[in-house]
Design a protein around this ligand. Structure first.
Ligand code: NAD
Length: 355
């Protein structure tokens, strides 16, 4: 039998349609009085709605400049704003970019973060932060950045465009898939991972098919539930080759986060298939497909998501350099990293070859 270590984290999760209405009570429960509400420029209206629900007395202000990968200048500006307005917590309303900005404030000041996720990226469930300085994204782990409370309200994800919903959902599936063959894996995370993949694999086609009314809210709720489980796996066990490749491609070649995950995952699973048969069987079962790698590829393809790096801005002449970077400080992986095989993986990802 496999030995394992399991550690749980202190975090509240409030889940359900309409749960946003309980955000003020959530702050009160945590003894927090003045929130700086964070969002991206396009999500300003959602942040204003959140601020209105909290009531003027609980809101220090709205900071609406969150952008992808948390540039240090924006992080400093947000940290300064939080100080100047006397905020005692940050309420991050948005996806991984906005929650990442909340984490940057927490890292600097220790202010607690309350997350209200509107995508499926999963950052709200992890103590992982990332800040970009001079074009380099530095990441690290610190329990101070783990959101104290997470309010998941599927109604807020209704406005997430379908294409983004699909790639964001497959981004979440990637956390769970790699969790299933992580060297730090444990039985609790295996259960969460398999269930998270199942929930997303069932919900995404319904969202893509344009389900309406109650069916859409059910599908959005199922997808968010899957995202919660997959995010928990990401926050609990170490990731492997797939995440290393995505950090390389996203960070060094400026490719869009969720799309890169969507394109690379089938290829990374194919690379690891023979070295992690039990994980692959669980992924395939959760997808309801005969094969894990082909199953993810077919899901992405059927839902109109990109399957080739060349379609999301990668240049073929950069593949060798990407391979070199991916081989530096590799993450533990079930199959050792072999240059020739890794280069072939990247070529397949570039061309969008079905595994
Ligand atoms: P994002 O937060 O950048 O959001 C993408 C776009 O969608 C933004 O313009 C945003 O405003 C918009 N959007 C989000 N939700 C919406 C909604 N419901 N309706 C309408 N528009 C909406 O994208 P993301 O994929 O969630 O996050 C990516 C970033 O998060 C990356 O920088 C990645 O590295 C980071 N991340 C970090 C962790 C971690 O654990 N630290 C985990 C996952 C992702």
């Amino acid at each position: 039998m496999k030995s394992f270590i399991y550690a749980s984290r202190a975090q509240r999760v409030v889940f359900g349609p309409g749960s946003l209405a309980g955000l003020a009570a959530e702050l009160d429960t945590l003894g927090l009085r003045r929130a700086l509400v964070l969002c991206t420029p396009p999500q300003r209206a959602q942040a204003e709605r959140v601020a209105a629900l909290l009531g003027a007395a609980r809101v220090a202000g709205i900071f609406d400049q969150a952008v992808m990968h948390v540039p240090i200048e924006i992080a400093r500006q947000a940290q300064r704003t939080a100080r100047e307005l006397g905020a005692d917590c940050a309420v991050a309303v948005g996806g991984g970019s906005t929650i990442g900005l909340g984490k940057a404030i927490a890292l600097d000041s220790g202010l607690p973060v309350i997350a209200v996720p509107t995508t499926y990226a999963g950052s709200e469930m992890t103590p992982i932060y990332g800040i970009t300085e001079a074009g380099l994204k530095k990441t690290g782990k610190d329990d101070r950045v783990l959101p104290r409370s997470v309010v998941y309200d599927p109604e807020l994800s209704l406005s997430l465009p379908v294409t983004m919903s699909v790639t964001s959902g497959i981004n979440a599936i990637a956390h769970a898939a790699e969790g299933l063959y992580s060297v730090e894996g444990n039985p609790i995370m295996d259960l969460m991972a398999q269930e998270g993949i199942r929930a997303l694999a069932q919900a995404l086609p319904a969202i893509h098919a344009g389900a309406g009314g109650e069916d859409l809210l059910q599908a959005r709720g199922d997808a968010l539930y899957g995202a919660w489980l997959c995010g928990t796996v990401l926050g609990s066990v170490g990731m492997a080759l797939h995440h290393k490749l995505c950090h390389t491609l996203g960070g060094s070649f400026n490719l869009p986060h969720a799309e890169v995950h969507t394109v690379v995952l089938p290829q990374a699973l194919a690379y690891n298939a023979a070295a992690a048969p039990q994980a692959m069987a669980r992924i395939a079962a959760a997808l309801g497909a005969p094969d894990a790698a082909a199953g993810v590829f077919d899901l992405a393809h059927a839902l109109g998501a990109p399957t080739a790096l060349r379609d999301i801005g990668m240049r073929e002449e950069d593949l060798d350099r990407a391979c070199d970077i991916a081989l530096q400080t590799p993450y533990p992986n079930p199959r050792p990293l072999e240059r020739v095989a890794l280069r072939a993986l990247l070529q397949n990802a570039y061309e969008g070859k079905r595994p």
